[in-house]
Design a protein around this ligand. Structure first.
Ligand SMILES: [Mn+2]
Length: 413
């Protein structure tokens, strides 16, 4: 039995205002071909299918037509969990319809732990895998609040809550496994899923991994996951990596670079071949559908680099960072002139030194879209000369508020 693990598609996301539907479409097309080529039985999507809780119709069309096309392949089952970017209620609204196509969707924690345990069957109708499909866990899902508790108390409770949840779900899976072994002599793997930030996880600047106030979960270590899990398919971090050096606890990373910071990484999906309950993981590199290039330097250096890219026939999207104390009034015009007979496109021009000099003024080209909510708050603290002692507590409280806003499923009625 073979599984393909992917996550963090962020369908509908744009880059400095430019829509990326072509790339998403090409990725899904490639993924379907890869599933066929590698004879994949089960597809796992570990959260952040969509970039927002109200995805565009175009983004939805890509997702549903992909699922529909899979019905004609060797892929018997698809399991999708919601990530922190997904709306649980939106994702699960077509649950019944999708289930008829062997697509299982888990949007959020359930009062019945059983709902998060999915038994998948092979062509002969025999169980072949047990999936513990745990969606992104919200603060309120796993933590009970008591008055007067410290930040450390809260964090400890969150981790305990998360551990207890995985323990509960896996216990049900283990009971099923034992029952299948007794009844039919089957030895089938338990496969966990999750969307969270585990300890030591690598992120890169500009990858757009939304900071979780449940950042305390960044202290979730490999031992939070029960030993009965034979393979854990995680989402949320955009860099493919194992957790705590363990080969069977994995992030597959995003398949498309979400920002220029991710541009030089090889993007991957993971294929896991099971020999009984033993997973053998291999990485499959996703082709690059749109090159992204960061061009940094003085005006002369930028010109040289653009010339090199032109000669190489590049069709990249460019992030240009101008580093000089010189004031160049027609920076954009100059660069656009060099690009005239090229299919490269400028996504953004950053004028770094200029912005350092005029710290609190908005820099040339900078718009609110370039800042995240945490940057805006940091600027606000700067403006009001808030003391270093007060900053930590204020930033923490602000983080809590932002998290609760982001976790709210606005259209759930
Ligand atoms: Mn995420």
């Amino acid at each position: 039995m073979k599984i393909l693990h992917t996550s963090d598609w962020h369908l509908g996301r744009s880059l400095y205002g430019r829509k990326r539907y072509d790339e998403f479409s090409e990725f899904l097309h490639w993924l379907k071909a890869e599933i066929t080529r590698q004879e994949i039985d089960i597809l796992l999507v570990a959260g952040d299918v969509f970039d927002t809780t109200t995805p565009s119709h175009h983004a939805q069309a890509l997702y549903y037509s992909f699922l529909c096309q899979l019905a004609d392949t060797c892929c018997r089952h698809v399991v999708v969990i919601a990530g922190n970017h997904d709306s649980p209620s939106f994702l699960t609204a077509p649950k019944a319809l999708l289930q008829a196509m062997n697509v299982y969707v888990v949007g959020m924690i359930s009062a019945q732990l059983e709902d998060e345990v999915i038994v998948l069957k092979n062509e002969a109708g025999q169980p072949e895998a047990i999936i513990c499909a745990v969606a992104y866990l919200r603060d309120k899902d796993i933590r009970t609040v008591s008055a007067g508790e410290s930040i450390d108390d809260k964090n400890a409770k969150l981790i305990e809550g998360l551990k207890a949840h995985y323990a509960g779900v896996c216990e049900i899976a283990e009971q099923k496994r034992v029952a299948f072994a007794k009844e039919a002599g089957l030895k089938i793997p338990i496969i966990g899923m999750g969307h969270l930030f585990a300890a030591g996880g690598k992120t890169v600047e500009g990858d757009g991994v939304r900071e979780l106030y449940v950042g305390s979960l960044a202290h979730v270590t490999a031992d939070a996951f029960p030993a009965s899990i034979d393979y854990l398919a995680l989402g949320h971090l955009h860099v493919a990596q194992p957790v705590g050096g363990l080969a069977h606890l994995r992030y597959c990373g995003s398949p498309i670079p979400m920002g220029f910071g991710e541009a030089k990484q090889n993007k991957k999906v993971l294929v896991i071949a099971f020999d009984g309950v033993k997973p053998d993981v291999s990485e499959v590199v996703v082709p690059c559908f749109q090159a992204l290039e960061r061009v940094v330097g003085s005006l002369v250096e930028i010109h040289e680099k653009i010339d090199q890219l032109k000669q190489a026939g590049s069709t990249a999207w460019l992030e240009i960072e101008f580093l000089s104390t010189d004031v160049v009034g027609n920076l954009r015009e100059s660069i656009e002139e060099w690009l005239v007979d090229s299919t490269m496109e400028i996504r953004v021009i950053k004028n770094k030194r200029m912005s350092d000099r005029v710290m609190n003024l908005s820099q040339e080209e900078e718009t609110l879209d370039d800042l995240n909510v945490h940057d805006v708050f940091a600027r606000c603290l700067d403006t009001f000369d808030v003391s270093i002692e007060d900053r930590a507590a204020l930033t923490h409280s602000y983080g809590e508020i932002i998290q609760s806003i982001e976790d709210e499923d606005k259209n759930a009625e």
